[in-house]
Ligand binder design. Sequence first.
Ligand code: S3P
Length: 441
Amino acid sequence: MDRPYLDLGPCGPLRGVLRVPGDKSVTHRGLMLLALSQGEGRLFYPLKAGDTLSTARVLRALGAEILEEKGPEGARLAREEGPHFRVRGRGLRLKEPEDVLDCGNAGTLMRLILGILSGQEGLFAVLTGDASLRRRPMGRVVEPLRAMGASIDGREGGKKAPLAVRGRGLKGVSYTLPVPSAQVKSALLLAGLFAEGVTEVVEPVPTRDHTERLFRHFGLPLEAEGPRIRTRRAEPFPAKDLTVPGDFSSAAFFLGAALVTPGSEVTVEGVGLNPTRTGLLEVLKAMGADLEWQVLEGEGGEPVGYVRARYSPLKGVSVDPALIPLLVDEVPILAAAAAWAEGETYIPGLSELRVKESDRVQAIAHNLRALGVAVEEGSDWLRIGGGGVRPGEVEPFHDHRIAMAFAVAGLPVGVRVWEPHWAEISYPGFFGDLLRLCAAS
Ligand code: S3P
């Protein structure tokens, strides 16, 4: 069968202002918490893409009513008119689904919903996903949930999906995260809403804190004291509207594209600037990037503002491994920028990238080589020779961020992107936005 591809560029400079789709992490969590709330709430400017539509579908199967309401056309509508999901929640008690719950490609969905389902007494559910999700490690959530009393079984003793869960009475535990993972933290905090006593997650390394911010938004129990985050059993709580900021991880591709394409200047507006997400800005600055950003407002406890990037001659750096959890989804675009830098870039601390939607260490190395860039790959590190790329063909490996990052890497010289539709997992319309900024110059 013929595989689809897209030929892009050479193009540039990129110029203009854009808004990127809503934050994926906040959309997943916003939908879940509204589904657990009492009454009706709206989630404005959500991400409507493969992953979050999977969440809406799963929550509907669990009894939540979720309507997609478009609102009138217009780039900057007042919040109350903007596109939104209208959610009627179940007041903490979900319905037993009639069929297997398909989480598609969405790791966040599978891990977080496991936390919620574990505490739904008596309810039986089976979770599965696509080939990529069925390969990903689930033991990291299943084990601590079992320590809380959850009844979960699955392939390889519960390490891989499909997973079967029978909701039970849970007990709070204190659990120290062995790997930095906001998904594991969030699964346990969500389970903690149904557990007796206190549930404590200790995170030696900070990870994205959207769940904590949203617990506060909805008035759910939450105490954070340094690395210790605690919750306890929730009382039924009322629905509350929420606005989703633009996804910094999506904005990152345009920042990267502007930095490597001579003459470019791109501004992304309305983007989430939560400091647990923006480690990339610090690394790019150290590489010599001309970047400016400012927080202008807050929405649902999330800082929101703009970021502007101008073309910059970049230089290679050695990245501090402590920053990786704060840029974990931006490593592909960082690698793409590093390919255009002068000198070598060393990125350590990448063991978690081996278990993302693809093995991203391998996928990055493959695509850099395909674009003529020297690269060395270790078990948890990459060493990227800079100096620019040559035209070539890139392979997404069924991974949205790999598709977008290497489209950007090759854009200034021309690139063929195989299976470009993978971008739609988190950014429908990505290639259209990229080409619009090129054409605007
Ligand atoms: C996410 C957490 C991160 C990230 C993923 C989204 C979340 O995963 O890579 O894209 O929404 O909590 P890990 O928890 O596996 O690090």
